[in-house]
Design a protein around this ligand. Structure first.
Ligand code: GDP
Length: 447
């Protein structure tokens, strides 16, 4: 543990909020600051009532002073929390006083960064702190809380341990070349690797759900012009419509909308103009729509009875991770009944965007996909975690292939080493300063 040499301070509550205002201070100068403000040495982890005074002895505010000596604190350093009245004038005055006494203003996320650097939490847990604060739904907040408490990190650690054991076995075999081939052919090794890949696949699914809970489910709506895409978007958004945005960087080919379905965040992208064409301008639109589809969690094809078979081509060539939904729209014109059914790799829903008939089934299904109603073990995750887990999967696939074909132990061991490295990037065992900077600078000040 390398404790920081300086002391940081920040307002840790929303100023102006009625009631309590909180100032947080962390670092080596805390005991001195606490003694000066209280007029005596504070008792650790006790609430002292104190008058906070400026350098001239004038009262700034009065309130509670709590002192947490290192290492039993949020950051692992000496921490002081001052609770005064929730006024920005008073809090600013208090902050100025604390800075006179040896603290400096904290950067965004600096308290949590110190907690990470001091081993109080790993990187995935630190990210969950920010995700908890930014949560857009109750389900998302619950999931972030779980990650902050280490549910995700413990699963990563379990995987890491299994990986290390396997790596040790394989590396031991390399050290005895005369027995290496026999050893690597041993089904115990391949079984172990198989179990590891299963464990990883499960974790990857859970992490993907965690990302959806965190960021919202990304649904790309596709279909011919006039299929009813806009009508569907409006029907789904209804009074829940949050923000209608043209997110910067996207073109008018893709219209995005954020909405919430019973506390689950959804991001809908209406990819207009998705059809086969020779026109170069339109082709560009189609290309963009395709890339939108490939980055979505769900591809929702809007079609009708006449065109369904032909339009299914639009769902071809999508990555396996994209869920496929087919909406047979305009059933009111066909006197069809609303229903749904699983076919091959997609779910088909018969509905009418105009009358709303059958849309409940669609809403329910989207909520399921977004991770709604998931139980206790559900945790939040970020896209960078999923990407790292996918890298781990690729390395394990290569290791498995090597062991089954060439039996080159050194190559398999190298793949496992790289898999271990990718896992370590999630919890922060191996991370660059750039990555840490990017992660913590997105926090708010005071956290
Ligand atoms: P988009 O081009 O795919 O966005 O299609 P629109 O949402 O603009 O719809 C095209 C036309 O079909 C409009 O006149 C809609 O009112 C109509 N429409 C959409 N959904 C339905 C439906 O379920 N039933 C009926 N009867 N008309 C619909």
């Amino acid at each position: 543990m390398t404790l920081a040499a300086d002391t940081i301070a920040a307002i840790a509550s929303a100023p102006g909020a009625a009631g309590v205002g909180v100032l947080r201070v962390s670092g080596p100068a805390v005991p001195k600051i606490a003694r000066t403000l209280l007029g005596r040495t504070p008792q650790p982890r006790h609430a002292h009532f104190a008058a906070f005074r400026d350098a001239q002895g004038q009262r700034i505010d009065h309130g509670l002073l709590l002192y947490f000596p290192a290492p039993a604190s949020y950051t692992g350093e000496h921490v002081l929390e001052l609770q005064g009245h929730g006024s920005s004038v008073l809090l600013d005055g208090l902050l100025r006083r604390v800075c006179q006494l040896g603290a400096r203003l904290a950067r965004p996320g600096e308290f949590t960064e110190r907690a990470f650097l001091n081993g109080k939490m790993d990187l995935a847990q630190a990210e969950a702190v920010a995700d908890l604060i930014a949560a857009r739904s109750q389900a998302g907040a619950r999931a972030a809380l779980q990650s902050m408490e280490g549910v995700f990190s413990r699963k990563i650690d379990a995987l890491l341990q299994a990986l290390i054991i396997l790596r040790v076995h394989i590396e031991a075999a390399i050290d005895f070349p005369e027995e290496e081939i026999d050893f690597l052919a041993d089904p115990a090794i391949t079984n172990q690797l198989e179990a590891l890949r299963d464990q990883l696949a499960e974790l990857l699914r859970e992490a993907q759900r965690g990302v959806r809970l965190n960021d919202g489910l990304r649904v790309a709506i596709i279909g011919r012009p006039n299929a009813g895409k806009s009508s569907l978007l409006n029907a789904l958004a209804g009074s829940d419509r949050a923000i209608v945005t043209d997110i910067a960087g996207t073109t008018r080919d893709v219209l995005r909308e954020q909405l919430s379905l019973d506390g689950i965040a959804l991001e809908l992208a209406d990819t207009a103009g998705l059809r086969e064409t020779d026109d170069p301008v339109e082709r560009e639109g189609v290309r963009r729509a395709h890339s939108e589809l490939a980055r979505a969690d769900v591809a929702l094809l809007v079609t009708d009875l006449q065109h369904a078979e032909h339009d299914l081509a639009l769902l071809m060539d999508l990555p396996a991770s994209v869920e496929r939904l087919v909406l047979i729209n305009k059933i009111d014109l066909e006197h069809e009944t609303a229903r749904y059914e699983t076919r091959a790799d997609s779910l088909w829903i018969w509905a009418s965007a105009k009358t709303g008939d059958g849309l409940d089934a669609l809403r329910e299904h989207l909520k399921q996909l977004a991770g709604a109603g998931s139980g206790e073990g559900v945790f939040s995750a970020r896209r960078r975690h999923v990407l790292a887990l996918e890298q781990v999967a690729t390395h394990l696939d290569h290791a498995d292939h090597t062991l089954r074909t060439t039996r080159a132990g050194e190559l398999a061991a190298e793949e496992l080493r790289q898999a271990q490295h990718a896992l370590g990037e999630i919890t922060g065992n191996y991370t660059s300063d750039d990555l840490l900077g990017a992660i913590f600078s997105s926090f708010c000040i005071g956290k």
